[in-house]
Ligand binder design. Structure first.
Ligand SMILES: NC(=O)c1ccc[n+]([C@@H]2O[C@H](COP(=O)([O-])OP(=O)(O)OC[C@H]3O[C@@H](n4cnc5c(N)ncnc54)[C@H](OP(=O)(O)O)[C@@H]3O)[C@@H](O)[C@H]2O)c1
Length: 267
């Protein structure tokens, strides 16, 4: 499969204000892509857009949106298109997790988690695909997680949302690959970002945390190869095989032992 040339492409990155999304923004600006940077933190996005535009002579726009809100994702796509930045490449990266006993966690927060991690991904993909199909090329990268590979007791909603993202992405990969559109699900393990501060519990992050650049490089290599999904890192890939080899209840017990809250939390 042909490696991608990002120069003069229009790329929308959700969750570009920090972590993995920020690393995607730096990597793709350096490759000459024009960027629409989406998140809630307007100040962070504006200074990032200015910095990247100046350093790499590209167009970079800050687009402030709370993607948990109904219609916000479609509206973000329309605003990007009005700027002449209809995405050739869409990176659905924004996401967060809740951690703790399901019954003690705020229902509203968990429904927001589903909205951001799943609904916004579907809405943006649905908005972006027609132009990609018309051009006969385009790419969608959906940031899932190793959490997609088995259910997660104490992070039940997060695991379920990421399983949705992986399943959805692989289905689209098969549906659209003959029509020039690449779809990739990225399944990082624990990565060194603000993610666990948002979760509010360090014990939710199992294993050594990977650098964001490593995740981004593995993602772009996998996209070049036309893969349907990638699990960055050898150790994560090995752990990813366990759910296929062990009985499902054994896996649930192992994960529960790793993630069981040391004290009751409700975030
Ligand atoms: N870090 C890990 O260990 C890890 C592992 C596997 C998968 N992932 C996945 O990687 C993705 C990126 O997470 P990260 O680790 O980079 O965490 P992060 O540093 O907390 O970044 C999350 C990004 O999402 C944005 N965001 C959060 N809520 C939003 C909302 N309502 N509307 C729009 N944007 C919103 C945040 O920006 P604002 O706050 O400015 O809105 C931020 O830019 C997520 O999908 C996460 O599930 C992370």
């Amino acid at each position: 499969m042909r490696p991608l040339n990002y120069r003069n492409t229009a790329i929308m990155i959700t969750g570009a204000s920090s972590g993995i999304g920020l690393a995607f923004a730096h990597a793709l600006a350096a490759r000459g892509a024009n960027l629409t940077l989406v998140a809630r933190s307007g100040d962070k996005l504006s200074s990032l857009a200015q910095e990247l535009a100046h350093r790499h002579s590209i167009r970079a726009h800050a687009l402030v949106a709370d993607l948990t809100e109904t219609g916000a994702a479609s509206d973000a796509h329309a605003r990007a298109s009005a700027l002449g930045l209809t995405p050739n490449i869409l990176i659905n990266n924004a996401g967060f997790a809740t951690y703790g006993h399901f019954d003690t966690l705020s229902l509203e927060r968990q429904l927001d988690e589903i909205s951001l991690n799943c609904r916004a991904v579907v809405e943006l993909s649905h908005a972006a695909l027609p132009a990609m199909l018309k051009q006969g090329e385009g790419s969608i990268i959906n940031v899932a997680s190793t959490a997609a590979l088995q259910p997660l007791p104490y992070m039940a909603i997060y695991g379920a949302t990421k399983a949705f993202v992986l399943s959805f992405s692989e289905a689209l990969w098969q549906e659209y690959r003959a029509r020039g559109v690449r779809v990739l699900a990225v399944c990082p393990g624990a990565t060194d970002t603000a993610f666990f501060d948002v979760v509010g519990a360090a014990e939710a992050g199992v294993g050594t945390r990977m650098a964001t650049d490593t995740v981004v490089n593995a993602s772009l290599q996998a996209l070049d190869r036309g893969q349907s999904h990638v699990v960055p890192g050898g150790a994560n890939r090995m752990l990813g095989w366990l759910p296929r080899m062990l009985p499902r209840q054994t896996i649930l017990q192992i994960v529960a032992n790793m993630l069981r809250p040391r004290h009751r939390v409700s975030i």
